[in-house]
Design a protein. Sequence first.
Length: 101
Amino acid sequence: MIELQQNREKVEEREQLYRLKIKSRFDRKIKDNTFLVGDMVLRWDAKKEKKGKHGKFDNLWFGPFLVSKFLENNTFVLQTLEGEELSSPVNGRFLKHFYSF
């Protein structure tokens, strides 16, 4: 019985190490977009993303918009340059920085 319990503890330790290893690999692939309030961003047009729904030279980015609020879980509230807030928040993975020249 004692040997069985020791084997179970070893398996639990290996499982925890394996989970940490997988998490570190996943975290390396995550793209860290840090948007601050007041940043100018472009928003991805997800409706036209699928093949055949847009032409070769159609623009799939809308904007520019200003980041007006940061909500939890990489979610942002955007507003137009005129100051009108958009009706729904946007996930940060659908945004990219806008640099004007």
